[in-house]
Structure formats: structure tokens, C-alpha cells
Design a protein around this ligand. Structure first.
Ligand SMILES: [Zn+2]
Length: 454
């Protein structure tokens, strides 16, 4: 099926203008600015059987590229899987995702990595790539990674999520020297976190602190983040690695990143997530374990500094760190047993539209263009003739309150429940296929593997 998306307000490459977009054979065929004439239905120049979608009053943006998700498959599919989470993705206007290796088993060999690509080819409604996880002893596997076909290597730098901790210095040196593709790093210093945890348990035993969700940023502190991320940046500079530091949550770390050169020339880049821009430590009281995540959501000052860094170009991309857990895993235990992470992929655009109101071109840059540039993704992330037709049509004038009932992810709840939103994705195209249309999914066509121009 071919499509004509008529009279949409395109938001692309810093410009906003009314145009019609012709989608043919999976690609963006022609973009005709309003008033320029050009081909129309039945004119003979284009397929007259193309379906016309009237987009008057709506914004057409490139499909969002979420570079940081945990879809939990294989091994943890009681909370999420590639099919369910890719549905939530396209419902939120996300047309491509990059998934993390802390599944069961962990994705630490080329064979296990290929198994994930095979699963996604069968099940995913969105385009996909998968990170290979680094460990203390899989350098041989890392070196075999094809940078044209795999988004990157995930390094848990000083953090033991799923035991993927790389803590041997000689391994880190070789990784930063020899990795054939981008290193995406989770930076929190495990030793600092451990010491803070012991101290907190001591004080709790003496009745000197109440251990609830608000203690989280006092255990996973700014210092823990900085100690680890500054080490990663130092090593990347010294050994010439391409480093992307994930989920920056503190003011202190911002000095590690530059904004005086274009993104395509940067070797060290930074991501933050919608939740670090929307929530701060005042929200623990109302949201409790719903917003417990790693790194922790920190102070109001950190949040303001992150927003400023986004405006200054010191932070390059927004990834969601979509990390679903069942309600029981979040809310039935105490602080120490409550799992860290929450679902967010379906709401990322809505949240960012609240965080940066009236700045849709900037959102498109952070969520669509920049991930494409940073990862050097082949022909995606922009509305350009000849590019893959990954597109989202957004209505910015639909006031509603976010509710758990509207969640498509498997765990079925959202930390953003109760948030007032005006923004809703009405149509999502993946490779020219209309996969989501006003709450209805069309699931015949699956997403494609992302390719990289490296
Ligand atoms: Zn993550």
C-alpha cells in the first residue's frame, strides 16, 4: 500500500512547514510543500490507488529512534517481550529501538546476539538493533562485532546490573582500544553504592532513617555517577574510543561533555531520559517505588541543569531506558527488594512535549535526528526523499490524562499515570507500512534490522 499524507505540518531539520508526503514502496517518495503544486492523486504521476490520509492540523515527524530499551526477551518475558513492547513503541511514535543485553541469558556472544535478531524479525512491529554486552571475558566476541549491522557494545561501567560488570582494568583498556563499534556505557560506581547501602542499613537498624523510595538518590549518588562516568570519559579520550554515556542524571557530569563541535564530529556523547527531566526528588513522596530507577532521579537542581544542557547541545540524545517490571516486583516489597526501572517508551513523546512545550523542532532533533546521526543509521531519522518512510503523525491538541488503562506494554502500568497531556500519536508508519492508526494496530508487516553507515 502506498500513502499520501496530505497537508501535514512537517517538523524536520529545524523547519516547520505544511506539505504533503508521498510514501511509496516503503520510502518517502516525494515531499510537496503547500502551494508548490506538484503531483497529486490520479494525476498519472503517482499511484492513484494510494490511500490518502488527511493530516490537516497535525504534525508529521520522523519516527522516534529509541536507542535505549530493555524489552526483556529472552528469559524475562513474564514482564515484557519484543512483540508487546514494540506495540507500545509504535503507539508512542517510536519506529526503531535498540535493545540492551541484560536479558536471560545475557547477550554476550555473537550467537546469542543473532538469536535476538531472529526473534525480532519474527515479532517486532518496529525496526530494531541489539547491543552486545561486555564482560570481563568476552573480548573475542566483541571484536567480531560488525559495526555496520550492530548498534553498539553495552558496558556496565562499575555497575553490576545482571552481573555484566567489567571491573578488570586490563579488560577496560583493551575494550576502549579495540572495540569495533560505539561503546554505550552505564556509569555508576559500584563501590560507592555498596558503601552507601551498608551505611543506610546501619542507620535504619538504629532507627535513624526511614528507608523509603526517597533514600534512592542518597545511595545511588551524584558522586557514584561522576566517579564512573569521568573514568569512562578519561579512558575514551586516552584510548580513542567512541563513547556514548547513557542516562545522564546529574549536573556534576555535564562538564564532561562538549557543545562546541557538531555531533557528527564528537567522539564522546551523552544521553538523558525523559524521567530525569520530568521528575525530581520531590516526586518520591507521591510516586514512591514507581520512579525508582538506576541511576536515581535526583534533585531539582540536577533536573534544571539537564534541561539547560539539552538547550546548549551538551546532551545529544533522549533515550527512554524503557525497563518494565510487573507491579508486584515494584510495589510489594521494601526499598531493597523493589526492582529499579519502569516502562516509558509509549509516553516518551508526551512527556518530552511537557518538558519542552512548544519546542517540537528540538524534540525531533533529540529523539529522531540525533540518534540517527550519532549511531550513523542508514537513511532513517529524517523526513527526506529516498529515506525509509518511518513517520509519526501527532495531534498536539488532544487534552487527556495518562492512565494505566491506555498502556500497551505487557506490565500495564505507567509512572506517568495522572499526567495531563495534550499530545497523541494518531498514525505511525514503519518502512512505509501503517502499523498504528488511532489505537488500532496493523501487524502484518514486521520491522527491519537497522543498518549503520560506519
Ligand atoms: Zn538501561
Amino acid at each position: 500500500m502506498n500513502y499520501i499524507i496530505k497537508n501535514a505540518t512537517l517538523v524536520n531539520e529545524g523547519q516547520t512547514f505544511v506539505a504533503s508526503v508521498f510514501v511509496s514502496d516503503g520510502k518517502i517518495a516525494i515531499i510537496v510543500r503547500s502551494g508548490e503544486g506538484g503531483p497529486s492523486t490520479g494525476s498519472g504521476t503517482l499511484d492513484s490507488s494510494a490511500q490518502v490520509i488527511d493530516a490537516t492540523g497535525k504534525y508529521l515527524i520522523p519516527g522516534i529512534i529509541d536507542e535505549h530499551v530493555h524489552f526483556r526477551e529472552p528469559g524475562l518475558t513474564h514482564k515484557a517481550d519484543i512483540y508487546t513492547e514494540s506495540r507500545a513503541a509504535v503507539a508512542g511514535g517510536v519506529t526503531s529501538f535498540m535493545d540492551m543485553p541484560n536479558t536471560v541469558p545475557q547477550t554476550t556472544t555473537q550467537e546469542l546476539l543473532q538469536q535476538k535478531f531472529d526473534l525480532a524479525a519474527e515479532k517486532s512491529l518496529a525496526n530494531y538493533s541489539f547491543y552486545l554486552g561486555a564482560t570481563n571475558d568476552n573480548l573475542d566476541e566483541i571484536i567480531k562485532t560488525d559495526p555496520k549491522q550492530v548498534c553498539g557494545i553495552k558496558l556496565f561501567m562499575g555497575s553490576s546490573t545482571g552481573n555484566m560488570l567489567v571491573d578488570k582494568n586490563e579488560v577496560l583498556v583493551r575494550l576502549f582500544r579495540e572495540s569495533p563499534c560505539l561503546i554505550a556505557a552505564h556509569c555508576e560506581d559500584e563501590q560507592t553504592i555498596h558503601e552507601n547501602t551498608v551505611c543506610c542499613k546501619d542507620l535504619a537498624a538504629k532507627g535513624e532513617v526511614v528507608v523509603d523510595a526517597s533514600i534512592h538518590p542518597f545511595i545511588r549518588t551524584s558522586e557514584a555517577c561522576y566517579k564512573s562516568s569521568s573514568k569512562a570519559v578519561d579512558m575514551a579520550e586516552k584510548f580513542g574510543a567512541r563513547l556514548h554515556v547513557m542516562h545522564i542524571s546529574t549536573q556534576k557530569e555535564l562538564s564532561l561533555f562538549r557543545n562546541d563541535i557538531p555531533l557528527k564530529d564528537k567522539k564522546i556523547t551523552a544521553e538523558t531520559c525523559p524521567h530525569y527531566l520530568w521528575f525530581d526528588d520531590h516526586d518520591y513522596e507521591a510516586k514512591s517505588f514507581a520512579i525508582k530507577c538506576n541511576p536515581a532521579i535526583k534533585s531539582h537542581r540536577d533536573r534544571e541543569a539537564l534541561l539547560q544542557a539539552i538547550r546548549e547541545g551538551r546532551i545529544d540524545t533522549i533515550g527512554t531506558d524503557h525497563a518494565p517490571h510487573l507491579r508486584e516486583e515494584k510495589f510489594t516489597g521494601d526499598y531493597f527488594t523493589s526492582k529499579s526501572g519502569f516502562p516509558s517508551i509509549q509516553r516518551s513523546l508526551e512527556v518530552m512535549a511537557k518538558v519542552l512545550p512548544d519546542e517540537l523542532p528540538r524534540l525531533v532533533q533529540l529523539m529522531c535526528h540525533n540518534p540517527a546521526v550519532l549511531y550513523q543509521i542508514d537513511r532513517r531519522g529524517f523526513i527526506r526523499e529516498g529515506y525509509h518512510a518511518d513517520l509519526a503523525l501527532v495531534d498536539m491538541n488532544v487534552p487527556h490524562v495518562v492512565s494505566d488503562n491506555g498502556e500497551y506494554d505487557k506490565c500495564g502500568w505507567s509512572p506517568y499515570e495522572g499526567m495531563e497531556s495534550c499530545c497523541r500519536v494518531t498514525h505511525t508508519f514503519v518502512n512505509g507500512n501503517l502499523v498504528f492508526e488511532n489505537g488500532v494496530f496493523h501487524e502484518e508487516n514486521k520491522g527491519e534490522r537497522l543498518m549503520f553507515n560506519r
